[in-house]
Write a protein that binds this ligand. Structure first.
Ligand code: IPM
Ligand code: MG
Length: 385
């Protein structure tokens, strides 16, 4: 019998209740077809609602111990957040920053966010065909302005609201960048480019460094580190653009990009832009990866406006879970597991290219469950042929 893999599932808020079961469905189908010997723990309630229900005591289900999140082979989670809590920064450190805390707890320094125009999907960019757009954003995941919530607790003493007589006089957030944090994520980006097929426009392997060097110190450190790391990869083109210019160029010529590496906050913003470019945030997958651990989550939020309507697109999370299996397969040197992960991407493309089953964000009228079922059907069909 092959070794057993344990995957911890965390539900989340809003549409998480609809999309997480679909990701579980896909995992179970892969387990059956590829004999993966997967054990799925949970999925357990997690997020803002759970935190309110536990009377603001804990966001973590009692079954989830600190040891457990280190022990499991992988984690996947649905989006978290309730709109009524969003205004309160203090609460957000408890709730909204849960995914951020998990990133920092497990030291998942690279957030991998592919942007791919898939068959049968229309990009809002005129005239783009599948294959024209295929790049990956590698978002630094533990530093920058989100560092306060993560490794660098002391920064809290500098950041904050400065009040006089109960009134906010000013608010400050500190951006932090470390040589170690820059180096490892930039190396990750170059390794990723090394294993890809290059940019759609010219087939060149290319890594683009984007931030605002020359103006911000942390970004200048990021860029200088990029200069150094790029020397080790002479066959990969080192490309540079300021982050504002990148936003412009990504719309005008997305086919130029292959791998794009950027500090945390810019990565957050441009990955939603990438979600739009690829036709829907409902297709925007993500994997938080470190050297030893990883967790899959969709790039989007809990979408309270469509929650409970059974119309949320589960493909973002399904694709993310595929990325997780591929990552696990690579780490554990298990080709079968890697193949299972890759198959998710193919099955999704088949469903999309047929165009029969799709949620309203992609112009269809299918339910969340119908999309999950269609992916499972493709996985099972591929295995029986
Ligand atoms: C994302 C989200 C999170 C982030 C929020 C919910 C803290 O926007 O994963 O992109 O900023 O990282
Ligand atoms: Mg975001």
């Amino acid at each position: 019998m092959a070794r057993k893999y344990t995957i911890l599932g965390l539900i989340g808020d809003g549409i998480a209740h609809e999309i997480v079961p679909e990701a579980v469905k896909v995992l179970r189908a892969l387990d059956e077809v590829y004999n993966l010997n997967l054990e799925i723990l949970g999925p357990y309630p997690f997020g803002a609602k759970y935190w309110l229900e536990s009377r603001r005591k804990s966001s973590w289900h009692p079954e989830i111990t600190r040891e457990l999140i280190y022990e499991v082979d992988g984690i996947f989670k649905g989006p978290v957040g309730l709109p009524e809590l969003l205004e309160d920064v203090k609460l957000n450190y408890e709730v909204g920053f849960l995914p951020v805390n998990l990133r920092s707890e497990l030291d998942l320094y690279a957030n991998i966010r592919p942007c791919k125009l898939r068959p049968g999907v229309k990009s809002p960019l005129n005239g783009k065909k599948p294959g024209d757009i295929d790049f990956v954003i590698v978002r630094e995941n533990t530093e920058h302005c989100l560092a306060e919530a993560t490794h660098f607790g002391g920064i809290r003493d500098i950041s904050g609201y400065f009040e006089r007589a109960g009134k906010i006089e000013f608010a400050a957030d500190v951006y932090v960048q470390t040589p170690k944090g820059c180096k490892r994520v930039i190396e990750y980006a170059f390794e990723l480019a090394y294993n890809r097929n290059g940019a759609p426009i010219d087939g060149r392997k290319r890594v683009t460094c984007t931030c605002k060097w020359g103006l911000l110190r942390g970004d200048t450190l990021f860029k200088r580190t990029f200069d150094e790391v790029s020397l080790k990869y002479p066959d990969i083109e080192a490309d540079y653009t300021w982050i504002d210019g990148w936003a412009y160029r990504a719309i005008m010529k997305p086919e130029f990009y292959d791998v794009v590496v950027t500090p945390n906050q810019y990565g957050d913003i441009i990955s939603d832009l990438a979600g739009a470019i690829q036709g829907s945030m409902g297709l925007a997958a993500a994997l938080n990866a470190g050297d030893d651990h990883a967790f899959a989550e969709a790039t989007h939020g809990s979408a309270p406006d469509i929650a409970g309507k059974n119309i949320a697109n589960p493909l973002s999370l399904i694709l993310s879970v595929g990325m997780l299996l591929e990552w696990m397969g690579e780490k554990r040197k298990d080709k079968n597991l890697k193949a299972a992960g890759r198959q998710v991407d193919r099955a999704v493309d088949l469903v999309l290219s047929e165009g029969k089953v799709r949620t309203p964000d992609l112009g269809g009228s299918s339910t969340t469950q119908q999309v999950g079922d269609a992916v499972v059907e493709k996985i099972k069909f591929a295995a029986s042929n």
